[in-house]
Design a protein around this ligand. Structure first.
Ligand SMILES: Cc1cc2nc3c(=O)[nH]c(=O)nc-3n(C[C@H](O)[C@H](O)[C@H](O)COP(=O)(O)OP(=O)(O)OC[C@H]3O[C@@H](n4cnc5c(N)ncnc54)[C@H](O)[C@@H]3O)c2cc1C
Length: 394
């Protein structure tokens, strides 16, 4: 589809083999483009992540996921510890699927490889030169050239730093553990994923059941001076987990975009965590990583690799499909995480409704935009927010 001159080996080089990179590689390779994925780790690689995959991902990747996911869940529990309230949402189709990321990412990458993409693991991209006609990458195995670069190198990758765009990212800290507990404890948590609020003011904690263990973690959704290790200990005791057979604890960050609107710069398209596209309410980042990978591939194909048009097209696609959503989500994020008293009041009045709305967003039945532009729900939330704020200030 693209003319290859002798010195340009690849139509697209993709840095990073997470969900964003493998999705972009899959859609480009399917269209006959010559694609190379560079991954710095040896594959399969562990990724610090709860591994919860929301159903809306199936709209973009309509694969059969049989055997890839650990389990799928038709219900979700939400607990608010300040009000001692519990909300449960139930659907006829799975709301959220549980994965181990090494399996999910290997599966997505195998789809890209089957479509014709080249994969090189153990290849660390060390520097990027964006030239007029191509992109030059320096790696631990030498230099590699391509026509375009898709940056899918995650939260701590080189691309956003290289472009100076990491200044536009807020890095949310999180602790995640893969924890094996006894049968008695496991059986208390294996039926549904749960989200716990009120343990830390500006974030939430979770338990995600996997096949033979639990993913337990805490994330801050706004900057705060909280000792996450202490919060995590408190959470275990609140859950009544006293005996742990084995646990692996990891700390990592989730970047959230603050105000960047340019994701296509010269011959480079930023995707997934490298662009800070995770959801500001839930920190769910896999589905937007996949969506942005698809949008980047689509921009290159639709605009026939013409650098004069690709960037604007990609920026507009990210804006329409992800940023607009995340901007509306920010409003809800401020309600839930900015002030503990506002959240308490919000949960008391709208706890079940809010849990249902977020569930509908997970499944793809609704969008933040559809919720926030619906005069009924929008005005109710706004009105309540201001009343609550006023009460706090008086
Ligand atoms: C504790 C925690 C829990 C989470 N839980 C969930 C959850 O349950 N559900 C959910 O949807 N999201 C969750 N997220 C967010 C989710 O993990 C990310 O949003 C998602 O992985 C982003 O995908 P990506 O493809 O953009 O990047 P990644 O999956 O991070 O992939 C980036 C890849 O790039 C590679 N790379 C980096 N630098 C280089 C380089 N210089 N050269 C070559 N390769 C490089 C990395 O090794 C990595 O493999 C969680 C995040 C954290 C931290």
């Amino acid at each position: 589809m693209v003319n290859n001159s002798n010195h340009i080996h690849f139509d697209v080089i993709i840095v990073g083999s997470g969900p964003a990179g493998s999705t972009a590689a899959y859609f480009l390779a399917k269209r006959g483009c010559k694609v190379l994925v560079l991954e710095k780790e040896r594959l399969p690689r562990y990724k610090v992540c709860g591994g919860g995959v929301v159903r809306r991902i199936k709209k973009i990747l309509p694969f059969s996921w049989n055997g890839i996911m650990e389990d799928e869940f038709y219900s979700v529990d939400v607990f608010d510890h300040s009000t001692k309230l519990h909300f449960k949402t139930i659907r006829n189709e799975p709301i959220i699927m549980m994965s181990m990321r090494e399996n999910l990412d290997s599966f997505l990458l195998s789809k890209a490889e089957e479509a014709g993409a080249f994969i090189k693991d153990g290849h660390i991209v060390k520097s990027i030169s964006l030239l007029d006609d191509n992109v030059l990458l320096s790696t631990n195995y030498g230099d590699i050239e391509g026509k375009f670069l898709i940056a899918a190198d995650g939260a701590t990758g080189i691309s956003a730093k290289f472009l100076g765009l990491n200044k536009n990212l807020i890095h949310l800290p999180a602790i995640e553990t893969e924890t094996e507990v006894n049968i008695e404890s496991y059986s208390k948590f294996f039926e549904s994923p749960r989200f716990d609020f009120g343990l830390v003011d500006r974030g939430y904690a979770w338990v995600f059941p996997k096949k033979d263990h639990l993913s337990i973690g805490v994330v801050l959704m706004k900057k705060d001076k909280v000792n996450l290790n202490e919060a995590f200990k408190k959470y275990l005791s609140l859950l009544g987990i006293n005996e742990i057979i084995h646990t692996e604890k990891h700390g990592y960050i989730i970047p959230i975009n603050r105000n960047n609107k340019n994701f296509g710069i010269k011959r480079l398209l930023l995707t997934g965590d490298a662009a800070g596209l995770a959801d500001p309410v839930t920190a769910e980042g896999i589905s937007n990583a996949v969506l942005s990978g698809y949008l980047a591939a689509n921009a290159l194909i639709k605009k026939d690799f013409d650098v004069r048009y690709v960037n604007n097209f990609y920026d507009q696609s990210v804006y329409d499909n992800i940023l607009t959503e995340n901007n509306y989500a920010n409003f809800i994020s401020n309600l839930v995480y900015r002030n503990a008293r506002v959240r308490t009041a919000l949960f008391k009045i709208y706890g079940q409704k809010l849990s249902e709305l977020i569930t509908d967003i997970f499944t793809g039945e609704k969008t933040y935009k559809s919720i926030m532009t619906n005069p009924a729900s929008y005005l109710k939330l706004i009105k309540y927010f201001f009343i609550a704020e006023q009460k706090i200030n008086n």
